[in-house]
Design a binder for this molecule. Structure first.
Ligand SMILES: *Cc1c(COP(=O)(O)O)cnc(C)c1O
Length: 366
């Protein structure tokens, strides 16, 4: 069976280093908010090219806490509108509605599947206060145009970088374009912990200050609470693991990009549309997503021949039960959700398996 993502093999490559990191934490006697976290925060901020990084418990909290902090700072208030892609993972939307803000769903560009600047402009109203672009599948959105729209209408920009660690546009990394960004280090992400973890990046001093309190009961100083905060911390053990894995992120991204290059070159079947990589864009291929009118047939065909594939995502947020009646119809997003299929890709996928997938996909007919 060709696995979609062999996580055991991903981490096995670093087992010695991970065990050393684990031992370092055990022996330190300090397990929450210590040296491993502050070192990781410095290293990750430097990697992204931002002034600050704040470690939190997961990617959803990273997004939720930024919006929450902007509310504390008076930059957002309950009922404000936040424009977000309609075809994203549910967490991007949950972060907005969780704060009493209103998600406004924007249809994507049919080719790139990322936010389309013209579709954002159409949705801006006097109540719009922020844009939440998602760098879906690892490809950065057209952030130059999106930040220009934000400046023009005085909107905040919160990047969802959960799938885009290290992705670049014009030499600038995901996480460094917006007023703030949320990252997830869920085990299957490009930079994955061995459990839940997340982080926020920003250049803003006052946002940084509020966030460091919000993640820790709303407190800067023990037993003094400035905000009604929560407990959303990135623990020392996961921070230590992430420091090991961050050192290898760029080489892993190269392995992903190499597989994508082979798929791009060798998949030739006119029933199938390959992903689009724009000029001066460094796609980090968290997922390699193809489109075909015969998606269900292709998925079954590959399954029967030993290739596991996944769909990201089969039910768009506007059709989810939890948001029933909340959103407009999103025709394009609904159509895309029936056409997309994610092929296996990971830093540990053997190249003969990649070739096998190409061969099978090329032989697919209806
Ligand atoms: C994974 C993911 C999240 C949520 O991250 P968690 O760490 O699982 O909470 C948010 N947005 C996108 C686009 C994701 O892929």
């Amino acid at each position: 069976m060709i696995q979609f993502l062999d996580l055991k093999s991903v981490n096995a490559r670093y087992k010695t280093e991970l065990l050393q990191a684990c031992e370092r934490v055990i022996d330190s006697g300090w397990y929450i908010m210590g040296k491993e976290l502050s070192s990781f925060e410095n290293e990750f901020a430097q990697y992204c090219g931002t002034k600050y990084c704040v470690g939190v418990a997961n990617g959803l909290d990273a997004l939720t806490l930024v919006l929450r902090a902007w509310m504390e700072l008076g930059k957002l208030k309950s009922g404000d509108e936040v424009i977000v892609p309609a075809n994203t993972y549910i967490a991007s939307i949950l972060a907005i509605s969780e704060n009493g803000l209103i998600p406004i769903l924007a249809e994507p560009d049919a080719n790139t599947l990322n936010l389309k600047p013209a579709n954002i402009e159409k949705l801006v109203t006097p109540k719009t206060k922020a844009i939440l672009p998602v760098h879906l599948y690892g490809k950065i959105c057209p952030m130059d145009e999106i930040t220009a729209i934000a400046r023009k209408h005085n909107l905040l920009v919160l990047e969802d970088c959960a799938q885009a660690h290290g992705s670049m546009l014009a030499g600038k990394k995901a996480g460094a374009w917006g007023d703030a960004a949320g990252f997830s280090f869920y085990p299957g992400k490009n930079l994955g912990a061995l459990g839940d973890a997340g982080a926020i990046t920003t250049n803003c001093d006052e946002l940084y200050s509020v966030l460091t309190a919000l993640r820790n009961y709303g407190s800067h100083k023990k037993y003094e609470n400035d905000f009604v905060g929560q407990n959303s911390r990135l623990d020392e053990l996961q921070a230590a693991f992430l420091r090991v894995k961050l050192k290898h992120l760029d080489e892993e991204t190269e392995l992903r990009r190499n597989i994508a290059r082979i798929y791009n070159r060798d998949i030739i079947n006119n029933l199938i549309e390959k992903p689009f990589e724009g000029e001066s864009q460094e796609h980090v291929y968290h997922l390699y997503v193809i489109q075909t009118k015969f998606r269900d047939e292709l998925q079954l065909y590959l399954e029967e021949r030993g290739v596991s594939t996944l769909i990201h995502y089969p039910i768009p947020p506007n059709l989810q039960k939890c948001y029933q009646g909340m959103f407009n119809e999103c025709k394009l997003t609904e159509e895309i959700s029936c056409n997309i299929l994610s092929l296996p890709i990971s830093p540990v996928m053997p190249l003969d398996e990649v070739e096998k997938v190409c061969q099978l996909v090329n032989d697919f007919k209806v």
